[in-house]
Design a protein. Structure first.
Length: 255
């Protein structure tokens, strides 16, 4: 079980997140939503051990992750929001490096890399440097790197960025299959229809604080909206988005 206990983060006097608490059980997919600047990326960095909380703890299997970050990260698969890869490495070289850092045995490492490159349609490009990869190809490399050591917990920050329609459908079904096999998934995304499809539980942030939390069904029913988009607009957006669209068109027509 991955648990956040009262996580808060301040940058000087500026609040990033305040008092975030949740338990992510095996088999759950937790959708973590909020507008830009609401604290999603800060939370992700604290969950992965990249950023130390100002207050609170991240607990995994009953222990603060900072007591043994290496062991915790061995159980973790992480897809960051930005695909900051080494452009001079080939896809296969990068995955080989990741597998080596994760101490995967060579026979398993080689078989897993080969199989996943084939399944993600990257095998013909395995010896091409990643500097020439498209955004979608780089994203698939990140997904392979996160999955290859069969982690118990996956933290996915905008994992569908740059992917084509087929790849998006594969990842949606993959997340559901992983949860059915007992994996825990923490899922950040702005694509609400995907979140509604794959997430069993939701947390919605606004200005660094939780404003809604529960199962996807509970959150919808509590707000009285039939769709997650309706819930999000009701809770988060202070502007009338329909009127805003009309105002933009009016400005364009007046030019």
């Amino acid at each position: 079980m991955l648990e956040a206990r009262g996580l808060s983060k301040f940058y000087g006097s500026v609040l990033a997140v305040r008092d975030i608490s949740f338990c992510l059980q095996p088999g759950q997919v937790l959708g973590y939503l909020g507008p830009n600047g609401s604290g999603k990326s800060t939370t992700v960095k604290m969950l992965t051990g990249l950023l130390e909380p100002s207050d609170g703890q991240v607990i995994y299997d009953g222990q603060d992750i900072r007591k043994n970050l290496i062991a915790y990260r061995k159980r973790l698969g992480y897809v960051p929001e930005e695909a900051n890869l080494y452009p001079y490495l080939t896809g296969q070289e990068y995955l080989d490096m990741v597998a080596t850092l994760r101490a995967m045995p060579s026979p398993r490492k080689n078989k897993t890399i080969r199989s996943l490159l084939q399944l993600f349609s990257l095998w013909p490009h395995r010896h091409v440097t990643m500097g020439s990869y498209s955004k979608g190809m780089r994203q698939r490399i990140l997904l392979i790197a996160a999955l290859m050591d069969n982690p118990d917990v996956l933290i996915l920050d905008e994992p569908l960025s740059g992917l084509d329609v087929t790849s998006v459908l594969v990842i949606k079904n993959l997340i559901q299959t992983l949860s059915a096999h007992g994996k825990s998934v923490f899922y950040c995304s702005h694509i609400l229809e995907v979140v509604e499809k794959v997430c069993s539980h939701l947390i919605i942030l606004r200005k660094g604080q939780v404003i809604a939390q529960g199962t996807t069904t509970e959150v919808r029913e509590h707000i009285g909206k039939s769709s997650l988009e309706g819930v999000f607009l009701h809770l988060v957006e202070e502007r009338d988005v329909v009127q805003m669209a009309h105002d933009i068109v009016s400005v364009l027509a007046a030019v």
